[in-house]
Ligand binder design. Structure first.
Ligand SMILES: Nc1ncnc2c1ncn2[C@@H]1O[C@H](COP(=O)(O)OP(=O)(O)OP(=O)(O)O)[C@@H](O)[C@H]1O
Ligand SMILES: [Mg+2]
Length: 226
């Protein structure tokens, strides 16, 4: 569950201060699937980075899965990122020198899981995204859709409760977009994940989520519940 209360996020200082998120209040129930839509520069990625713990609000209260993120120290925040939240990006963000399996394995290595235990869990994650036959491929030898599948496997291998996706289909053609969205929804459903999807594409958001949050100049201007 996500509870955001009076969240502000500023970048820089006056006179060139940018207000990226302004007085945002949002509650997302555990297991809900929501979309954030809005024009470029409206604060979508900033909000997602606050939810993923990559960045911290300038002010306000943000509670996710019972953890008040603003109160976590660096180690606790790293632990939150490693266990509770999986993130998928538009540009996949795979490490080019690592194979598909090695990319998926990384969060488990950082967590200190022994190698013999990792193998099965990685294989299982690749199977869930339909890429068991590409485990030893490097990212350059994978299509865009396949790279995004690896990124999804890397996000879910941690068994997170929250899945965040920032324009996950922004670099994919329409056929692959449908496949990737269906995969994300299927995984989110099966594992009862809370899903926050950022998209430029209003149609896509309407199709795949129960609730749509519109961002405009840092303000959450509208929530449409279906
Ligand atoms: N690190 C930063 N330093 C300064 N300003 C920033 C920083 N990150 C974002 N901003 C500004 O905050 C505002 C919101 O940016 P953000 O990246 O959240 O937008 P967005 O809605 O994700 O846009 P897009 O759809 O293009 O990805 C923009 O005006 C941007 O220039
Ligand atoms: Mg963005």
């Amino acid at each position: 569950m996500i509870q955001a209360e009076q969240i502000f996020k500023y970048f820089g200082n006056e006179p060139s201060r940018v207000t990226a998120v302004e007085d945002l209040n949002l509650t997302v129930e555990a297991g809900a699937k929501i979309s954030i839509v809005g024009r470029s520069g409206s604060g979508k990625t900033t909000l997602l980075n606050l939810l993923s713990g990559l960045d911290r609000p300038t002010s306000g209260r943000l509670v996710i899965e019972g953890r008040e993120l603003s109160r976590l120290n660096q180690n606790e925040m790293a632990d939150y990122r490693l266990r509770c939240v999986g993130v998928v990006f538009q540009s996949f963000q795979l490490i080019p020198q690592r194979t598909a399996a090695q990319n998926v394995e990384l969060p488990l290595i950082i967590r200190g899981m022994p190698a013999n235990k990792r193998v099965r869990i990685v294989a299982d994650a690749l199977l869930r995204v339909g890429l068991e036959h590409r485990a030893s491929h490097f990212p350059y030898a994978l299509s865009g859709g396949e790279q995004q599948r690896v990124a999804i496997a890397r996000a879910i291998v941690k068994r997170p409760s929250l899945l965040l996706a920032d324009e996950p289909t922004g670099n994919l053609d329409s056929q692959t977009t449908t496949e990737i969205m269906q995969l994300i929804m299927q995984i989110a459903e099966e594992s009862n994940l809370t899903l926050v999807l950022v998209s430029h594409d209003h149609e896509l958001a309407v199709k795949y989520s129960e609730r749509i949050v519109t961002m405009c100049d840092g303000r959450m201007s509208e929530v449409i519940a279906k």
